[in-house]
Write a new protein. Sequence first.
Lengths: 111, 151
Amino acid sequence: MSPLLPLAGGVVLNSVAQIALRYGTSENTAERAKSRRFWIGTWAICFALATVLWLIALRHTAISYAYPLLGAGYILVALLAKWLLRERVSALRWVSILVITAGVLMVGANR
Amino acid sequence: MKTAENAVLDVGADVIQAVAASPAGGMRPDVLAAISVAFGAIGQLIVKASLLFWNGISANAPANHGLLLKAFSGVLLGLLVYAAGTWFWVKAVARASISSLYPISACSYVVVAVGARFLFKEDIQPVRWAGIVVITLGVAMLSVSNLRGSE
């Protein structure tokens, strides 16, 4: 099995976890305690599953190949932050994301 | 009424806040971030070493539960060391903006690769080294883009 499958799954779950944590920690008022619990719970489950997928991927893959590919998380978090959290992403930030994407492709395409 | 799982989640959120607020012995945020990178990288390398050990066992002595337990403990230890890195990261972030610390956390890709080269003799081709440097550069650039964005 290609390690790219569990790696991609782990990166997606980890990115969802980051966004959930942002939701969970930005709502601190008492009436929103229930939704805070939901988001912190989502974070915990996604984070745990991402860790398991990381172990599955790493078991048969060089860490110098697998670890840099986790950088893809920055790309996904930027996209999710723009679409879901409606954060403004500056032009220079998109350039940084493009640079990371290039690096991830360089590592990923040459196993 | 508070259910058990709700209590656990509240405790979790409180722990994160307590870690952030806990004293750092007067350490500068960049030093805390560097320590977090070191712990994170060492943790990942311990996990990888344990998985290599695990693979060796399952190929040669699949029924040896003692050895499997040893490998499993190694994985847990690596994850714990990695978690210790996160602990330092939370403390660093509580004392400085995340963006100013990105260039330090970006170094983790190079540190892990150097560790893999020397500990596990991984064959790292020039393209992979270049890709790792490009990723590091890109993550470090996030810092500049964030500073500009907040002006």
